[in-house]
Design a protein around this ligand. Structure first.
Ligand code: F0G
Length: 458
């Protein structure tokens, strides 16, 4: 008999979770104004809101926590993190920040100004938020295949070089301070970018003398897909692939809450010392002194250890395998999910799932609410609400895709939990034709509204 797949770790500590009743959930979600961010975590049975900061640290990471050096300046923990960044990612200079968006804030403070263009593959919402906050524009140059959830393409996160070249050649390079490549591309479904594409983007950018930064939250998952899908990489280790990926970048922003498997933390890394120095000023102003910048010593230690564990093949195979396990269950029951499956999450095509609801009534949000009521599973909307309003016209922006995301925390749930999640969603799918109306907004913030929006049932 062929030996079946099994997780590359065992469980040392557990946390209890409680199933609620449908009546309780109906009451709680109404009180939460139909915004799943407003729920208390104990009102949720299986929490797939995000894979960010929700992972389980290893015994070695917890051991590192005890060794943290909390000195204000020159802490040994800073140097541990510096070594890990140099050895695993290849960058000489870095600034610790409290999380990924803080890294974006520091970097963009040094680089982006009013009227600029920042091309890339679909920018994550905080990235876009930081660009638009500076009255600059994020230009989406993702390949067209990414916008069709049913097209099979191994690297749907790729940048369309033609689209990028059009932006670069039609605008003065002073107006384009940086190109941001997000690996994997969260907003288009956790889809990877191929090594060849990274290489070509870097080459094109170099011709125009424009720096390339990777938004690297899920860089290790990207490397896993390169290893398993791209010709010539099957026999390379994840760490070798990671090194090559970052050789095609001038720097990176990192939300360490993802692939460095810590609960809080981030950084910006640079090749160029001058840019590092320029950004340092903002780091001190917004985050903290250069050798801690928004992180405690113990967290820097855990992060250094996490970077090492997060770039091991056995771990990535377990993680990405679990995402695919859930995706396949849904697919087998006819649920419209985005293919190929992403690295960190399964995305459901809400337009196909709930075809009766008009887009003005927030299709994806309606689906996320139904799934919560059905089984206490919390997902997140990646649709019209997250897309925010156009900064100039203030009209709703209707994205091509209305998705909900089921993001899997790292090393947290078992496949029995995945079976429960699949059954919850399949139950909603079976009664989908009875769901005909959605929601209207009663209150919203001017930017990044999805976190605090309040809704009313129509
Ligand atoms: N870039 C990407 C690709 C992200 O997915 C995120 C966060 C960030 C930057 C910002 O990092 O949260 O540490 O400030 N994504 C989370 C998510 C919130 O749920 O996908 P952060």
């Amino acid at each position: 008999m062929e030996l079946p797949f099994a997780e590359s770790y065992k469980i040392k500590m557990i946390e209890s979770i409680r199933k609620s009743t449908r009546e309780e959930r109906e009451e709680w979600i109404a009180a939460a104004k139909y915004n799943l961010f407003n729920l208390r975590s104990d009102q949720v049975f299986i929490d797939l809101l995000t894979d960010s900061g929700t992972g389980a640290m290893s015994d070695k990471q917890w051991a590192e926590m005890m060794l943290g050096d909390e000195s204000y300046a020159g802490a040994s923990s800073f140097f541990k993190m510096k070594n890990a960044i140099k050895n695993i990612l290849g960058f000489d200079h870095f600034l610790p920040t409290h999380q990924g968006r803080a890294a974006e804030n520091v970097l963009f403070s040094a680089m982006v100004k009013t009227g600029d263009l920042v091309p890339g593959n679909t920018h994550f919402d905080t990235t876009k938020g930081h660009i638009e906050f500076r009255k600059a524009t994020a230009v989406d140059c993702t390949i067209n295949e990414a916008f069709d959830p049913s097209i099979i393409h191994p690297f749907k996160g790729n940048i369309d070089l033609q689209k990028l070249e059009t932006v670069l050649s039609n605008n003065a390079s002073e107006r384009i301070p940086v190109i941001i490549v997000t690996i994997t591309c969260n907003s288009s479904g956790g889809q990877p970018v191929s090594m060849q594409n990274l290489k070509e983007v870097y080459k094109l950018a170099s011709q125009y003398k424009i720096p390339v930064f990777f938004d690297s939250a899920r860089f290790a998952e990207n490397a896993y897909f390169i290893k398993t899908r791209e010709k010539g990489y099957a026999d390379k280790s994840i760490k070798q692939i990671v090194k090559e990926m970052f050789s095609y970048a001038d720097g990176m922003t990192m939300s360490s809450k993802k692939d460095a498997i810590v609960n809080m933390g981030g950084f910006v890394a640079f090749k160029d010392v001058e840019l590092y120095k320029k950004a340092s000023v903002y780091n001190i102003m917004f985050e903290g002194y250069l050798t801690y910048g928004g992180m405690s010593g113990r967290d820097m230690n855990a992060l250094a250890q996490g970077l090492d564990e997060g770039t091991e093949f056995a771990y990535l195979e377990t993680r990405i395998g679990q995402v695919a396990y859930l995706g396949q269950k849904l697919l087998d029951h006819g649920v419209p999910v985005l293919v190929p499956f992403g690295g960190h999450a399964i995305f459901i095509d809400a337009k196909k799932f709930l075809s009766n609801i008009p887009r003005e009534e927030y299709i994806a949000q309606s689906l996320a609410v139904e799934i919560y009521i059905e089984g206490g599973v919390r997902a997140v909307e990646i649709g019209t609400i997250m897309a925010d309003r156009d900064p100039i016209t203030r009209e709703n922006r209707y994205p091509e895709l209305e998705l909900i995301r089921l993001a899997l925390p790292r090393r947290v749930y078992t496949n029995n939990h995945m079976d429960y999640v699949a059954a919850t969603i399949i139950n909603v799918f079976e009664r989908r034709n009875q769901i005909k109306r959605g929601y209207k907004i009663v209150s919203e913030a001017p930017i990044l509204r999805h976190f605090t929006v309040e809704l009313e049932k129509i």
